[in-house]
Design a binder for this molecule. Sequence first.
Ligand SMILES: *[C@@H]1O[C@H](CO)[C@@H](O)[C@H](O)[C@H]1NC(C)=O
Ligand SMILES: *[C@@H]1O[C@H](CO)[C@@H](O)[C@H](O)[C@H]1NC(C)=O
Length: 322
Amino acid sequence: MTLGNSLLSFTVIISLTVPIFVISVRVGPYSIDPACEKYDPRNLRSDQMTVIINGYSEHRIPLIQSIAAAYSASPSIATVILLWCNNSTPPQTLSSFAQNLSATILRPPSSSLNHRFYPWEIIKTRAVLISDDDIEPNQKSISFAFTAWKSNPDRITGFFARSHAYDVQSKSWIYTMEKEKYSIILTKFMILDRTHLETYTCDQRYSQTRHIVEEMNNCEDILMNFVVAENVNKGPLLVEAKGGVRDYGDARNDDELGLSKVGLSSRRGEHRKRRGECITEFHRLLGRMPLKYSYGMVVDSVGEQGLCEKGGKLVPCDQQIF
Ligand SMILES: *[C@@H]1O[C@H](CO)[C@@H](O)[C@H](O)[C@H]1NC(C)=O
Ligand SMILES: *[C@@H]1O[C@H](CO)[C@@H](O)[C@H](O)[C@H]1NC(C)=O
């Protein structure tokens, strides 16, 4: 299946908070996928990011409204896009949702998780922030992460990291969390260059692995870490959130909000096993293991300049060798 064919048309609902109105536009059909024509980076702005939040559960609508409002109030954010992936949600539900939403709603043509990385034409910034619908960072964390990304613009930057490892006994790759190192940044909160979205979506090298993401309905974030590591030959960058991020998908927050645990990425043990299977499968299909370990973490400190922790010591980030 090519993504181009599946994108014959999609509906865009644009909502602006002041004044409140909703426009519905039908786009397409396209003969070739326009997003795969290289976007001239000179036409992209560098001073702000576009946020793409993935939404699915209707019971989370109030939370998404609050998260979108927080993002749109941030000086680091140019545009907030809500990618609504529940195809069964009636249009009326979404339009009334849109009335109190500081975001543009996009309805992709299928619920494929690959759409999270689709280089939508409305992305006019170089930096793209991909986020789950249950993560609410405060203003300071958003701008801090953005600053860290700006000094490492080719890498994936984010607050939540995991790791790959090889299990000699089962002769397969596993998905894990290690104290010292990491190789995968999660889509709970991930900043990356728009170019990587084009590579992920359009490059033939990844067509089979994109197909695995659809089959498993999982692992799009792992695949993106493969794509970026392979193309820039560097591991990702972990930024310390220091309590500046509320993770409503985290069981510890459930009581507070009375929200349930239905998250795209919160089913634990089985989840970890499936993620290991994805790594093994991506490795098999690509015939190589591009994931790279990183060891440092950018920690917030006094002043503008980010400091990185390395071997228990703090050093300016640009002096850090991963
Ligand atoms: C998806 O939309 C349908 C139709 O409105 C709804 O019944 C279902 O609960 C939604 N799924 C979730 C997880 O909210
Ligand atoms: C609109 O959304 C904001 C931000 O989450 C919330 O505080 C407010 O109560 C909502 N208003 C209505 C009428 O739903």
